[in-house]
Design a protein around this ligand. Structure first.
Ligand code: URP
Ligand code: ZN
Ligand code: ZN
Length: 491
């Protein structure tokens, strides 16, 4: 017996057609008209759209960062993702300084033991010793085909240009892709103490410490190295015109450079959100920072014309008001690797969050929630507002990330033989986004009060129903590691 999705409209990156779809086992077995329902469980999809499960290639679940650990883990983050229509993501493993890439990978594998949806790993190189360079090719056999380098966060994650260049050379040889956080961390590290010394310590001043020029410069520098090494480059969280232009110049010159932006960069502005009264702006601190309405327009154009290929979230959320309960004990245990589910012990407990940076913007943990809302917000402001066709929406949110990161056609599309990761989308469902209804572990969302029309009403992963309305049907360990293939296409 299979599951027959009847009378829906199937949306892929290329088509939008009324058809039935049969799932047998974990994959799609037939797509066609009037499939005989006999012997199958029928899901009536009249008036609904069927889309591939969303893919988000930029998340930070349970990331130790900024003196604390990001809130959502592979349990809470996964449920929130699926309620929002995302069924697969790629998280960033961080190589511990002095340790190996596999040390980082093993740590993240433990975190992922509770997975509820499918996931992959990128590996962030922080300490490129000769033995680490030699370790890179072995990642491919383990299904990890992408490396990440931070050009910012000096003395934390930042690497120098030699590291970036050498990593690209090795990655290119082994069919891997290199991703960069492109901001000139040395310039930022010069500006920040100067601002603080001038008494500029508020959330808005974080924006002044990371001007768009340093993003454009770093994007250009990485693009030049991509051209020299032939290594495919993917620039994460692009926020502004100089960075988009650097990518466009590279692409026009035949350099294999691609990029993404993240939902928040299409909606939030430094003036309104970082400049909100009091400490409120801390909610919106991320790096690179949110920018201006002009940059929003540039980003919409860039995803429409293919200069950028994906919209991710960079989900990395911290409490706005954290640090409640015996968190010092918890941090000590966490850092010692003796992990306890601190907030699960007592819901009034909270690990530290944004309040760490009261009086000093440089100490505000960087990042914000968004994993759950990505598909709904981009549908509302992309498709409903006429900026994106439904097919382009699927291309950006599902298909392109699967192609670029070696998961296609198993993931990212609805076709015979593909994993049955299916979102039943109600295009008429109106609701208001709110922290009151989110499934993320957070005390705020950045789209509070936004009205959206269109919502996932049922979500399936490999043929198994995870979400039915407000009901969660998944289980810990139900999510599987996605073994990705090298030599993925450059789009
Ligand atoms: O502010 C951000 N973006 N936090 C997460 C880490 C990163 O840079 O992606
Ligand atoms: Zn980053
Ligand atoms: Zn990130």
């Amino acid at each position: 017996m299979g599951t027959l999705f009847k009378n829906g409209t199937i949306i892929t990156a290329s088509d939008m057609v009324k058809a039935d779809m049969l799932v047998e086992g974990s994959t799609i077995s037939v797509i066609g008209r009037d499939i005989n329902p006999e012997g199958h469980e029928v899901v009536d999809c009249t008036g609904k759209y069927l889309m591939p499960g969303g893919i988000d290639v930029h998340t930070h679940l349970e990331l130790p960062f900024g003196g604390t650990v990001s809130n959502d883990d592979f349990d809470t983050g996964h449920k929130a993702a699926a309620f929002g229509g995302t069924t697969a993501h790629i998280d960033f493993v961080i190589q511990p300084k002095g340790g190996s890439l596999h040390d980082g990978l093993n740590t993240w594998r433990k975190k992922a033991s509770v997975a509820q949806i499918d996931y992959g790993f990128h590996l962030a190189v922080t300490d490129l010793r000769p033995e680490v360079l030699d370790e890179i090719p072995s990642l491919v056999q383990e299904g990890v085909t992408s490396l990440k380098l931070f050009m910012a966060y000096k003395n934390v994650f930042q690497v120098d240009d030699a590291t970036l260049f050498k990593t690209m050379e090795v990655a290119a040889k082994h069919g891997m892709i290199v991703m960069v956080h492109a901001e000139n961390g040395d310039v930022e590290a010069s500006l920040t103490p100067r601002l603080l010394a001038e008494g500029k310590t508020a959330p808005y001043d974080h924006y002044l410490s990371r001007p768009r020029e340093i993003e454009g410069e770093a994007t250009n520098r990485a693009t030049v190295m991509s051209g020299m090494t032939g290594c495919p480059l993917y620039v994460v969280h692009v926020t502004c015109e100089p960075a988009v232009q650097a990518i466009q110049r590279g692409r026009a010159a035949g350099i294999p450079v691609m990029g993404e932006s993240c939902t928040q960069y299409f909606f939030l502005t430094a003036k309104k959100h970082l400049g909100a009264p009091g400490f409120e702006g801390a909610k919106y601190i991320c790096s690179p920072p949110i920018r201006t309405e002009h940059d929003h327009g540039v980003l919409w154009q860039a995803i429409r014309d293919g200069s950028l290929q994906h919209v991710s979230t960079d989900h990395c959320n911290f409490w706005f008001e954290g640090g409640k309960g015996p968190w010092q004990d918890w941090m000590q245990k966490y850092n010692g690797g003796n992990w306890v589910e601190y907030e699960a012990q007592d819901p009034s407990y909270r690990r530290p969050g944004k309040e760490l940076g009261k009086g000093n913007f440089a100490k505000i943990p960087n990042g914000m929630p968004g994993l759950e809302e990505r598909m709904m917000v981009m549908w509302e402001h992309g498709v409903n507002k006429g900026r994106l066709s439904p097919q382009k929406f699927v291309e950006l949110m599902c298909t392109n990330p699967a192609k670029i990161f070696g998961m296609y056609p198993k993931k990212g599309t609805l076709s015979v033989g593909a994993d049955a990761d299916i979102v039943v989308w109600d295009p008429n469902h109106k609701h208001v986004l709110s922290v009151e209804t989110t499934h993320m572990r957070t005390d705020y969302i950045v789209y509070e009060g936004m009205e959206v029309t269109g919502k996932p009403v049922k979500v399936y992963q490999r043929g198994i129903k995870l979400v039915d309305g407000e009901q969660w049907l998944g289980h810990n360990g139900g999510g599987q590691f996605i073994h990705r293939h090298p030599n993925a296409p450059v789009l």
